[in-house]
Design a protein around this ligand. Sequence first.
Ligand code: PMP
Ligand code: GLN
Length: 415
Amino acid sequence: TAERTKGFETNLWVEYAALAIESKAINLGQGFPDFSPPQFVIDALVESSKTTMLHQYTRGPGHPRLVKALAAMYSKLYGREINPMTEVVTAVGAYTSLYQSIQGHVNEGDEVILVEPFFDCYNPMVCMAGGKPVFVPLRPSASADKGEGRYPLTSSGWALDMDELKSAFSPKTKAIIINNPNNPTGKVFTRSELGAIAELCISNDVICISDEVYEWLIYPGKEHVRIATLPGMWERTITVGSAGKTFSATGWKLGWSVGPAPLIKNMMTINSNTAYTNPTPIQEAVAIGIETEMARLGEEGSYFKELPSLLLKKRDRMIQVLKEVGLTPIVPEGGYFLLADTANLGIKFDESTGSEPYDVQFAKWMTKEKRIAAIPPSYFFSPEHRYISDGLIRFCFCKEDSTLEAAYDAFRKWA
Ligand code: PMP
Ligand code: GLN
């Protein structure tokens, strides 16, 4: 066994996906839709499968049609010309894009700042590259409206303490990883928050890896600001996206990164020596999906508008029901997860030293006994900051209304 694997043997998703299945629970845990991707991308995949050469290897760092579609999309969104051949690289899901960005830049002993709550794989990926993670949490801000509860009413109430972030930078800092919109809080970082992060990246000469897989899932009143578009940031930012999240097709496992050629080049080196090339028919179908959406960007009936409006209804319904049954939800501004405080339910678990965090015990109990699967958010924090999410639980709302209503009926029976 290689040393680098030690401590990372168990995995949140493996464990909780199995628990949900074993318990025959209604699954509001792992983030994947149980509805179909839009018909035009399914048709694109069917069509791609009819072309002989699309069953063979394609260009290593990205299928030409896809990197061209991505470069055209981000050129428009960033207001700068992006080169499809040198400034875009594809991967097996955003997971592998993150892997390429970390492996391609982190040396033994480098420090990498992880803003918590983080997507759980950032920590092992940094450690496996020989880096040292430095954790800086979002905390419920003192000035946020908390209503009657312990946590802010909306995800905008999660904030970085900028002095704490500033003091996390050192001469050894190589990179910072942010996730915007954030999983699991649903926070959408404001322009001024991103500006403050950008300033620290620039003054400390640090790379920013911005995981923006939920870039199209923004709810009314918020704007998705891409940190790469802030002054001085293009040169030092790698932005990660996911076809799985963009087109509700998580099984397609196709990710991409966009950034300046000198950084993307390092990621291409990792790609050509790990996967070498990524699935051709999937890349062709995603290219068609992106081309279709770009031709109708901002229009009613486009998927990039339709999906967030569908999810907004599901979000609001879930909030209403959770409140009705005694949970205290934090309204997310983006993404398809929400956190809710379980404190008012008054359910007691083992509190002795060495026992599992409350949210872990709660999630396991609810999945096994109440047959509703959810995710304990403390996995998205380092051990020293797990207390911040004490009593919170993460629900996924990108599910069919019938799935959600079945869960709501189950809640009403016990909560
Ligand atoms: N980053 C975040 C924040 C995620 O929630 C996920 C899960 N989809 C990923 C990365 C990985 O995405 P993919 O499924 O495309 O590998
Ligand atoms: N990103 C999804 C989530 O947060 C799925 C993660 C996974 O399956 N590894 O639920």
